[in-house]
Design a protein around this ligand. Sequence first.
Ligand SMILES: Cc1cc2nc3c(=O)[nH]c(=O)nc-3n(C[C@H](O)[C@H](O)[C@H](O)COP(=O)(O)OP(=O)(O)OC[C@H]3O[C@@H](n4cnc5c(N)ncnc54)[C@H](O)[C@@H]3O)c2cc1C
Ligand code: FES
Ligand code: FES
Length: 479
Amino acid sequence: MAPVRFLLNGVETSAEGIAPTTTALSFLRYGARLTGTKEGCAEGDCGACTVLVSEPDGQGGLTRRAMNACILFVPALHGRAVETVEHLGRDGLHPLQAAMVERHASQCGFCTPGFVMQLYSGWLNGALTDRQSVKDTISGNLCRCTGYGPIVDAGVALGALPLPDTAEADRAQAAQLSALRGGGTFEYRHGDAVWFSPDNVDDLADLYASHPDAVLVAGATDVGLWVTKQHRDLPVLIDVSRVADLSMVEEAGGRFYFGAAVTHRAALEALARIHPSLGAMMRRFAGAQVRNAGTVGGNIANGSPIGDLPPALIALDARLHLRRGDDARSLPLEDFFLAYGRQDRAAGEFVAAVEVPELSSDERFGCYKVSKRSDSDISAVLAAFRLRLAGDGTVTEARLAYGGMAGTPARARAAEAALIGRPFDATTVAAAQAALSQDFTPLTDMRASAQYRLTVAGNLIERFRLELSGMPATIGEVA
Ligand SMILES: Cc1cc2nc3c(=O)[nH]c(=O)nc-3n(C[C@H](O)[C@H](O)[C@H](O)COP(=O)(O)OP(=O)(O)OC[C@H]3O[C@@H](n4cnc5c(N)ncnc54)[C@H](O)[C@@H]3O)c2cc1C
Ligand code: FES
Ligand code: FES
């Protein structure tokens, strides 16, 4: 039986004799006695447990991601390197830690290791370019007592420091990690529980076909909570996040192909190229650590009615590619969502990719996320609109898709019908707004009332019209 092998603060480490769903946070605190990494929420919300995870980038170097250790399963560390706050301060205070001290950026200190590791990761990735980028970097970290000003100041100070030249050390570590990982499917067992981690899509297809009851796990930003919050037993897990064929973004023939295991961070740039409002929305998708781990495929496959990507991709007329054993099929993404909690996916079938057409010159697009908090919050309503306009401004095609309005992400067909064949003006928008109540009977819940949802869903169409007519607006920055 193979143990989980990884580098912990530069030292080769093995983990065995623990359940596959043991979190990295538990391992660090109770196994390795590295208690600098804190547990705040155990659900990926607060960032107190942030650690830096590195892995080979396939080009001889390393990819570095800050991740929430509280929803990261230990077998997912196999062949990766983990750095905790203890290692950062091994030779005395790191310049970031010194900057935090000088600026009084810590009071009770509970959140501080998480902020430090998150900012450190952002610095190494060249992401701390200005004040706003520092704020974006710490969007997944909460502080209940200091206030964010001094922490942002410390991040800005760090961003001004030159980056260390790590190229040679990275090459050496990448080679060491590849050797630790080994080729083929990694299998970790404890009692009756098993974790499989295949590295290619054919092996994934074979494994899932022979274990159709297994739980697929990608970034674990949903599945992690099934364990930490719902205490569910997950005896057979198949990790799709190491499948190289599912981890690519490709552009060909006017279309983007996002592999299911592409993280939100890796998808962001291509999504922003499809349309800036999509990029702006993705910058408000969860916080940075969740975007570093969570995947495009996981956001679709979980079938959530309040997932952010599905309505945006439905408006763009995306197609979903699925695979089961040797059989592959594809379908319009909107047809995948059958009813609340039910998707068109057979046992042993997995999401392989989503294919998204680029916008043509006669198409207009806008995407809007409405949530209580600007950062790291689930949408109350997500609206995405794509219109095709004739030369005289008449709407010839309309796709209005919403999240948060029904049991699935869904198109507003009656509102679309109210737009087609008419000029996209205030009168037409009023007709579409009125038609929305035929499309949706939203719920009242902790995020918004039914009335609020219906009102805001209509108002966003008007906002889209105003933006298209040239009204200055901060696209996608609705909070
Ligand atoms: C703090 C926090 C904030 C969040 N904020 C947002 C937000 O703003 N917007 C939003 O939309 N979501 C948000 N989420 C939810 C979550 O991050 C996303 O849904 C994410 O995309 C899930 O991807 P994952 O790779 O982590 O999925 P996982 O947790 O690994 O899996 C999710 C589901 O998909 C299945 N699955 C995964 N990959 C495949 C595949 N290839 N084929 C078939 N099934 C598969 C799993 O079995 C599971 O049922 C948030 C989550 C957290 C913890
Ligand atoms: S403990 Fe809050 S994000 Fe992990
Ligand atoms: S310093 Fe107390 S929570 Fe941030």
